[in-house]
Each structure stands twice: as structure tokens, then as C-alpha cells.
Design a protein around this ligand. Structure first.
Ligand code: COA
Length: 263
């Protein structure tokens, strides 16, 4: 597929998808959603890709939401289809079996905030602004915001943001745990890449198992979650990476994880 609304780049096992419609602050239209979906499929089927970074083109915006110009064309049915497309796309993003970092370099509003909270964690530039402003348009978040944001920052913080539609700056987003770290705009990508490289150097099987155990455990009781972890732990122990990791420790050398999923 030829990408026109995103940039898709892979370097040293780290994929970067850049939302690339800076003239509309990288707002998500249907074509962008299709391209993102296709790129995620490419990533999922490429064993060499270890980490994904999502960011926005320009210095002003990550993604300023769904493209509002589409909304007046919707009836109830087409609106439902649009939201379903968004949900299945962001579920696919959340379930990608590699770590995904949102590098939020400006506005992350509406669908942009919803993309960021479907990633594993968020790093932001100092000028980043987060919000779910749909209430100002007489609608509500439609790509998972009412479900993922309360799970991420707690029900009270999520309700305040969703009911008021207010934008919060990166520093405040950091204090409520929405964002892990905040850097000056010019340092953001190099800091994100450092963390991506650290994760890319770990075992593929164990990264995948850790992500799946955490994600699948979030919506079940503790006992069921611990049982998910037990199975995932046992599976890791059977991997080539576990042999390498433990041998390297005992031989007092750095581990060289090269195991694949088919070992
Ligand atoms: N959908 C479509 N176009 C959008 C957009 C969106 N979500 N967000 C921004 N744009 C467009 C603007 O219409 C403008 O286009 P124009 O140059 O043709 O007029 C361009 O992007 C630049 O935005 P502008 O509003 O001029 O920038 P600003 O710095 O004054 O304000 C925002 C930035 C993010 C505060 C403002 O654009 C905004 O509120 N956007 C909508 C956010 C939103 O409600 N998102 C949720 C959608 S469900």
C-alpha cells in the first residue's frame, strides 16, 4: 500500500509511524485510519520489528482528533461504522505483540488522545496538550476514550476531562499519570528512541508475554490475572531467549537475545 497520510519507517528493528497531515494538525480522516491499519498489519507480520513509535508531523500536533469535517456527513449508522472502525483499529494497536510508545509532540485531542492511550505508554514534549474535547461538539469520545481513559488515570480524572472537554498541558498530564515523562520538543524523539532501543535489546518472547499478561490481566480478577501470568511465565521458560538470558547471567556476560517466536 502506498502511504499518503502517514510516514512509515523501520530502522534497526524500531518502526516509526508519523501521522502526516500537518496542515490540519494531523487530524484522522478515513484514509489515515486505513493506512494505519495496514501499517499495523505489516508490523505484526514482521518478526524483525521489535518496538513501534507513534508520533505526529510538525512541532504543533500529535493528532488533533478525528477529522471534524466528516461529521456533518454522518447519520447514526455511518457514525456507528466510523466508531467501530476506530475501535477495531485501536484494539489492534493495543494488542500489537510488541511495545508501542506514543511520542506526543503537541496536541493529542479526541481521537489523538485515544490513539495515545491505546499505546503502552506515553512520552510527551513540553508543549503537548491532552484532552477529549468532544463534549464541546455535542458528542462523546468514539474511539475508546470513555473506556481507556478511566482505566489509565482513574474514573474521577477521566470524568473531569470528558465532562469539561478541557485540555491539560504535558506537565499536568504527567502529574495524573497519563504521561510517563516530559522532554523539551527537540529532545523528545532522541529520548524515545533510547528507550525503544533498550526494549528492542530484550527477548522478543518475554516482551510479548509481559505485554499480553499485563493487558489480559487488566480486565479480570487478581486470581485469573495471576493464572494468566503463570502460563505466560511457563511459556517464556521454554524459549531460546530464556536459555540465553540465564546462561549469560551465569557466565557473567551480556545476553544476546536472538530468539524468535518459532524457536
Ligand atoms: N479536524 C479537522 N480539521 C482540524 C482539526 C480536526 N480535528 N483540528 C484542527 N483542524 C484544522 C483547522 O480547521 C485549521 O484548518 P484551516 O487552516 O483550514 O482553518 C488547521 O487545522 C489549523 O488549526 P487551527 O484551529 O487554526 O489551529 P489553532 O492553533 O488555532 O488551534 C486547536 C489548535 C487544536 C486548539 C484547534 O484546531 C482545535 O480545537 N481543533 C479541534 C480539536 C477537537 O475538537 N478534536 C476532537 C475532534 S472529535
Amino acid at each position: 500500500m502506498k502511504y499518503e497520510n502517514i510516514l512509515f519507517n523501520v530502522e534497526e528493528g524500531i518502526a516509526t509511524i508519523t501521522f502526516n497531515r500537518p496542515e490540519v494538525l494531523n487530524a484522522l480522516n478515513e484514509a489515515t485510519l486505513k493506512e494505519l491499519s495496514h501499517a499495523l498489519d505489516e508490523i505484526a507480520s514482521n518478526e524483525d520489528i521489535r518496538v513501534l513509535i507513534l508520533t505526529g508531523a510538525g512541532e504543533k500536533s500529535f493528532v488533533a482528533g478525528a477529522d471534524i469535517t466528516i461529521f456533518p456527513t454522518f447519520n447514526a449508522l455511518s457514525a456507528k461504522l466510523f466508531a467501530q472502525t476506530g475501535h477495531s483499529l485501536l484494539n489492534k494497536l493495543q494488542e500489537l505483540p510488541i511495545p508501542v510508545i506514543a511520542a506526543v509532540n503537541g496536541y493529542a485531542l479526541g481521537g489523538g488522545c485515544e490513539v495515545a492511550i491505546a499505546c503502552d505508554f506515553i512520552y510527551a514534549s513540553e508543549n503537548a496538550m491532552f484532552g477529549l474535547p468532544e463534549i464541546n461538539l455535542g458528542i462523546i469520545p468514539g474511539f475508546g476514550g470513555t473506556q481507556r481513559l478511566p482505566r489509565w488515570v482513574g474514573i474521577n480524572m477521566a470524568k473531569e476531562m470528558i465532562f469539561t472537554g478541557k485540555m491539560i498541558p504535558a506537565a499536568e498530564a504527567r502529574t495524573i499519570g497519563l504521561v510517563n515523562s516530559v522532554w523539551p520538543q527537540e529532545a523528545l524523539m532522541s529520548e524515545v528512541i533510547k528507550v525503544a532501543k533498550t526494549m528492542a535489546s530484550k527477548g522478543k518472547v518475554s516482551l510479548r508475554a509481559a505485554k499480553q499478561a499485563i493487558n489480559n490481566g487488566m480486565d479480570v480478577n487478581l486470581g485469573t490475572g495471576c493464572s494468566i501470568e503463570t502460563d505466560a511465565f511457563a511459556l517464556c521458560l521454554a524459549s531460546q531467549d530464556a536459555k540465553e538470558g540465564t546462561s549469560a547471567f551465569l557466565e557473567k556476560r551480556a545476553a544476546d537475545f536472538r530468539g524468535g517466536l518459532k524457536d
